[in-house]
Design a protein around this ligand. Sequence first.
Ligand SMILES: Nc1ncnc2c1ncn2[C@@H]1O[C@H](COP(=O)(O)OP(=O)(O)OP(=O)(O)O)[C@@H](O)[C@H]1O
Ligand SMILES: C=C(C)CCOP(=O)(O)O
Length: 339
Amino acid sequence: MANSVENQNQHKTLDLPKPKLRCIVKLGGAAITRKNELESINEESLGTVCTQLRKAMASSPAARAAGMDWSRRKGNPINASDLDPVTEFSEIGVDSDFIIVHGAGSFGHFHASRSGVHKGGVHLPLVKAGFVATRISVTSLNLEIVRALAQEGIPAVGMSPFACGWSTRERNVASADISQLIKALQTGFVPILHGDAVLDDLQGCTILSGDVIIRHLAQLLMPDYVVFLTDVLGVYDRPPTDPNAILLREIAVDEDGDWSIVKPALDHSKGQDVEITVAAHDTTGGMETKIQEAAMIAKLGIDVFITKAGTEYSERALKGEVRHAPDDWLGTVIRSVRH
Ligand SMILES: Nc1ncnc2c1ncn2[C@@H]1O[C@H](COP(=O)(O)OP(=O)(O)OP(=O)(O)O)[C@@H](O)[C@H]1O
Ligand SMILES: C=C(C)CCOP(=O)(O)O
């Protein structure tokens, strides 16, 4: 089927024209929340990321952004009569060729790990309760992120994977109806998805990571590039809390999905030699999952950039300015050996 999107996993073949997609972005939970503090948003980091996203999406340098969060929560004094639709909304000023997926950070991981939602058994009362609690937590974070993006003038619409019919089989995506997401993109909205609690064909339920969602969307929609923003500059040869940790600047992925370190030249250049730690309450595998998913995306020929949110490096990565990984850019680029 030429120039159309086919759901490779199952069920629904989408006969919709393939939207032009520049970038899929992961807003890492470690960056936009304080991961060790229950349900705490890192407002400063989130604000900077939203501003950088607007700049990256601006349809012209002069485009002016008008806020779209018209709610009155959190002391926002906005009053419906204050809005002047004619002057404020003569143009939206951003291109909707981005998809944003955020992680859960301190919203969701605690609830899921305490009740074991990631291990399945949704028929058990504790797991069922934990599933509900996890979704309340992560969808409330989704709303706050949509609000922050809307305040920047980005036409953001929240799309929860569970509610949009995403499900898994042994934690891999088994079905995902993305027709609504495509229609949202084509209508000029920016879809905001998130890691979620979902139903699993074999174990009843699980936690679907935002990183896995991104790989699935990348396979279906083939964006120009993918950016993962987190709380560290990229992938290191050992946990970055170690003062001797070395930032891996370039990783190459072969046809089998195996990866090796290209830059810097190290004695140990194979992926399995990299040492990674994962927080005890993290239900989706932390940096290890991110690298695996990034490698699968790179295998498709799509360049992946991992860098720290809210820095000059994240701004340049979002704008697509670091395709050749210049020396003055700090981060990890993961790309196919075929490049
Ligand atoms: N070798 C390593 N290289 C880079 N980071 C590592 C490594 N080992 C452990 N980490 C940790 O991985 C964390 C980032 O992964 P994590 O999955 O928490 O990010 P995230 O995507 O921002 O969060 P979330 O999964 O909540 O969305 C960092 O805080 C870092 O300390
Ligand atoms: C814990 C939940 C609900 C989602 C986890 O998504 P991630 O933080 O992207 O791995």
